[in-house]
Design a protein around this ligand. Structure first.
Ligand SMILES: NC(=O)C1=CN([C@@H]2O[C@H](COP(=O)(O)OP(=O)(O)OC[C@H]3O[C@@H](n4cnc5c(N)ncnc54)[C@H](OP(=O)(O)O)[C@@H]3O)[C@@H](O)[C@H]2O)C=CC1
Ligand SMILES: CC[C@](O)(C(C)=O)C(=O)O
Ligand SMILES: [Mg+2]
Ligand SMILES: [Mg+2]
Length: 490
């Protein structure tokens, strides 16, 4: 393994790479032409591998898979995913020498090992692609100089990459070419064609860098996207049980609440989500949000600082070397929590009740989105990247919790995201202990007990101004304007 690539760059280059973020115009895309007739081989057929492959094939491209020998011999899930979908599958030796584009969609933890095995088999002047730059940026992987290295990173779980494509749309995608590996200057054309093949160009593509993608992706997944959903789920459920809310109702409110609340976020940002509350509820949610932000700001800063310095990746890699001891312990602990063990009621919860009885959940979402966005931007990450890694992706992750609670979320996201999520959760829960103690059923479980919906005008005006004037709302309005085809959840 090499040195942390980011840490070897001079400051000027670090800043340049970190801030690389250009929203590409649709006129820059020429469909999948640059990949037509080329042989695309995907290594791994899991969350991203299967769904990206299906999209690329439906876009008219020649896609096949290569799996490690044991996966083929034992007919593992990855082999079933590929063969049941009628893709040809072969060993590294059979498939890799033919590949014009080799897409590495194995877990980040395996990248050094996978790349060392596949690189000698790759043909001269081929292209190697990643969907996350961890191996290049944090592990400093050195790639053969004749090979082009690109990144096409969907800002979404694999399942949603497919679902959005089937709806005729796509998910926002970050593309980049590794500056050390673009010997013929063809990386950008290949990355653009690949992004068209997955449908990403229809939702918005950022010309990014490996560095910007890695640092923003890690921050988003650890804090707002997965960390806050996990911490918020466990704390909200436990609070409801403590205050006498029936467990089945509490279970359903949390499991489906994130999805319902963030659906409002998806369509009209934080402003629309907050507008779904009555005026008194909105004022309470804003106050809770401000408290949450005060408590959690140091934790968000700590996560960002550790990601920037390489401390996070170093500790995670130590866990990899220790047979994933922390990851597996945390996974098991999460599965044993009261929320994970609970069964939701069959009783229907009306859509509006998720807002009225989940004021605290709304506050968690608002605080987490704003903190993640602001922390990323203040570190030098572009606003568009920060928006995709906070507000935009949150509804997609919330959909996973709605399917099978935290278990489903942690299965579908990458192992890297799962590790970072547990790390955040273990620090956030104790930090929020005193805050949670003073709350009651009115903000989670039952709804405010107010005599009238009347509020103080000045207070309401100030609250509305505070909600609307944030950085994430400004960039969100612009970016959502490009995403006209957004569909409601089914
Ligand atoms: N999960 C997501 O939604 C997202 C993931 N990404 C990125 O996409 C990449 C893939 O992640 P993800 O889809 O979660 O991965 P998964 O864990 O879902 O898939 C892993 C695949 O790789 C195979 N694999 C595992 N270990 C090895 C190994 N040592 N050698 C060869 N193949 C192996 C597995 O098959 P088998 O064990 O049967 O061999 C499986 O097919 C990562 O870089 C991740 O950061 C980016 C955006 C979102
Ligand atoms: C949110 C987690 C993620 O970064 C993703 C789905 O985008 C991942 O690594 O899984
Ligand atoms: Mg991501
Ligand atoms: Mg990730």
């Amino acid at each position: 393994m090499g040195q942390n690539y980011f840490n070897t760059l001079p400051l000027r280059r670090q800043l340049e790479e970190l801030s690389q973020c250009r929203f590409m115009d649709s006129s820059e895309f020429k469909g999948v032409e640059a990949l037509k007739g080329k042989k695309i081989v995907i290594v791994g057929c899991g969350s991203q591998g299967l769904h990206q492959g299906l999209n690329l094939r439906d876009s008219g491209l020649d896609v096949s898979y290569t799996l490690r020998d044991a996966a083929i011999e034992e007919k593992r899930q990855s082999w079933k995913n590929a063969t049941e979908n009628k893709f040809s599958v072969g060993t590294y030796e059979e498939m890799i020498p033919q590949a014009d584009l080799l897409i590495n969609l194995t877990p980040d933890k395996q990248h050094t090992n996978v790349i060392e095995s596949v690189m000698p088999l790759m043909k001269q002047d081929a292209c190697l692609s990643y969907s996350h730059g961890f191996n290049i940026v944090e592990e400093g992987m050195q790639i053969r100089k004749d090979l082009t290295v690109i990144m096409v990173a969907p800002k979404s779980p694999g399942t949603e990459v497919r679902e959005e494509y089937k709806r005729g749309f796509g998910v926002p995608t970050l593309i980049a070419v590794h500056k050390e590996n673009d010997p013929r200057g063809e990386g950008m054309e290949l990355a653009k064609a690949y992004a068209c093949g997955t449908g990403g160009d229809r939702a918005g593509v950022l010309h990014s860098s490996f560095v910007a993608e890695v640092k923003s992706d890690l921050m988003g997944e650890q804090t707002i996207l997965c960390g806050v959903l996990q911490t918020g789920s466990l704390l909200c459920y436990d609070k409801m049980i403590e205050t006498g809310v029936p467990p089945e109702y509490a279970s359903k409110l949390v499991q489906y609440g994130w999805e319902t609340i963030t659906e409002a976020l998806k369509h009209g940002g934080v402003t629309n989500m907050m507008d779904r509350l009555s005026n008194p509820e909105k004022i309470v949610a804003q106050e809770l949000c401000e408290e949450l932000k005060t408590i959690l700001t140091p934790l968000f800063n700590q996560h960002m600082d550790n990601i920037m310095s390489g401390e996070f990746s170093k500790t995670m890699m130590e866990d990899w070397a220790n047979d994933d001891a922390n990851l597996l312990k945390w996974r098991e602990e999460t599965s044993q929590t009261a929320f994970e063990q609970s069964t939701p009621t069959d009783q229907e919860i009306p859509e509006q009740a998720y807002f009225d009885n989940g004021v605290l959940m709304v506050a968690f979402v608002k605080a987490g989105v704003e903190l993640a966005f602001d922390t990323m931007v203040s570190t030098g990450i572009g606003e568009e990247s920060a928006y995709y890694e906070s507000l935009h992706e949150l509804p997609l992750i919330a959909n996973l919790v709605a399917r099978k609670k935290l278990y489903e979320m942690n299965v579908v996201i990458s192992d890297t995201a799962e590790y970072g999520c547990y790390l955040f959760n273990h620090k956030a829960v104790p930090l929020l202990c005193d805050f949670m103690k003073k709350l009651d059923i009115d903000v989670i479980g039952k709804g405010l007990t107010v005599e009238t919906n009347g509020v103080d005008n000045i207070k309401l005006i100030k609250t509305n101004e505070a909600i609307r004037s944030t950085g994430v709302e400004r960039i969100g309005k612009k970016l959502r304007g490009y995403m006209g085809a957004m569909k409601p959840i089914s």
